[in-house]
Write a protein that binds this ligand. Structure first.
Ligand SMILES: Cc1ncc(COP(=O)(O)O)c(C=O)c1O
Length: 330
């Protein structure tokens, strides 16, 4: 049986399948004899990889179908989504305009993702968080007035089409790993990645838990966002859209310090992954996501010997951003 999303056009931008690897030396410092695994979507291959490359395979196929000549998207100064969008646009011969919420910065000084955005030739438009959506609309209108054909990619690439990529990614994982993990843990923010996994689980009959460690939102807000996006994805594939917000698992304890605030929890997760597994996680997303997994394991939130998979969603260029120098002395 083909997957219900099989007819949706998809480009080939990511190195798929990404590896699934065991993390025995990390598991050994946790209680409960967990069987710990990682899905390496930091290795999707395009410009230091990450989860957004999978979403862009669907989103930019749609942009091409609409004969767009420039892609417009938005994010934070060190947005991984913006960096992967800029790289994908370069690869496809499209222009990229990035609307960034933050104080204007010199890419060379800021380093990390912002330096890469500039290297890929993206045009940067600076705004603040309160005016981001307006700045995005204004940017699209300005390009249209210039006779361009802009394609707007939502924040985080999170709409039904972007989420579809993570339903396909779940199918990829289930084909790679038998028995399947009983629990999947990932960093969750604009919600499209978790929504795709949740919608994919419905479509594929995957019974495991999918726990989003919120990076910035309260659990109530993110649960609803994930459920809405999952339902939009299911509707796009012609499936019953029946995901309820109270069925979506989100932990928001690690989001309390605020978006991008580097705390001892991320520092410990980065250090442990590096020193016990030679694995890099980032200060904003996957450091926080892994900190959540460590915290849940230490609280014995999983039964003994549970098979837990950490879905690594990328973000490692932010390790080299001046804003996160604290990583190196943590
Ligand atoms: C490295 C990384 N992990 C996780 C996420 C969260 O993914 P989503 O926005 O689909 O919730 C992002 C989003 O920017 C990211 O860059």
């Amino acid at each position: 049986m083909p997957h219900p999303w099989h007819a949706l056009p998809r480009l080939d931008l990511a190195a798929r399948p990404t590896p699934v690897q065991p993390l025995p030396r990390l598991a050994a410092v946790l209680p409960g004899r967990l069987e710990l695994w990682v899905k390496r979507d930091d290795l999707t291959g395009l410009a230091f990889g990450g989860n957004k490359t999978r979403k862009l395979e669907y989103l930019l196929a749609d942009a091409q179908a609409q004969a767009a000549d420039v892609v417009v998207t938005a994010g934070a100064t060190q947005s991984n989504h913006c960096r992967q969008t800029a790289a994908a646009a370069a690869r496809l011969g499209l222009d990229a305009v990035l609307v960034l919420a933050g104080e204007p910065q010199d890419p060379a000084q800021a380093g990390g993702n912002l330096a890469l955005d500039a290297l890929f030739g993206a045009r940067l438009v600076w705004t603040d968080r309160a005016h981001r959506d307006q700045a995005l609309r204004d940017t699209v209108a300005r390009l249209q007035a210039q006779g361009r054909r802009p394609y707007l990619i939502p924040y985080g690439g999170s709409n039904a089409l972007g989420a579809t990529a993570y339903a396909a990614a779940l199918a990829e994982l289930l084909a790679q790993m038998q028995p399947a993990p009983e629990v999947i843990v990932l960093a969750s923010s604009s919600g499209g990645t978790q929504a795709g996994l949740v919608a994919g689980a419905r479509a594929l009959g995957y019974p495991g838990r999918i726990i989003g460690i919120s990076v910035d939102e309260t659990a109530a807000v993110l649960r609803k966002r994930v459920a809405d996006l999952a339902n939009q994805a299911l509707a796009l594939w012609g499936q019953p859209a029946t995901v309820r917000a109270d069925e979506v698992e989100v932990e928001d304890r690690w989001a309390e310090p605020g978006y991008g605030v580097f705390t001892p929890a991320e520092a410990e997760a980065i250090r442990l992954a590096a020193r016990r597994e030679g694995l890099l996680v980032d200060p904003v997303y996957t450091g926080r996501g892994l900190a959540g997994l460590l915290g849940l394991a230490r609280a014995e939130a999983f039964p003994p010997a549970t098979r837990v998979l950490f879905w690594h969603t990328g973000g490692t260029p932010a390790l080299f951003a001046s804003a996160y120098r604290a990583v190196w002395s943590a």
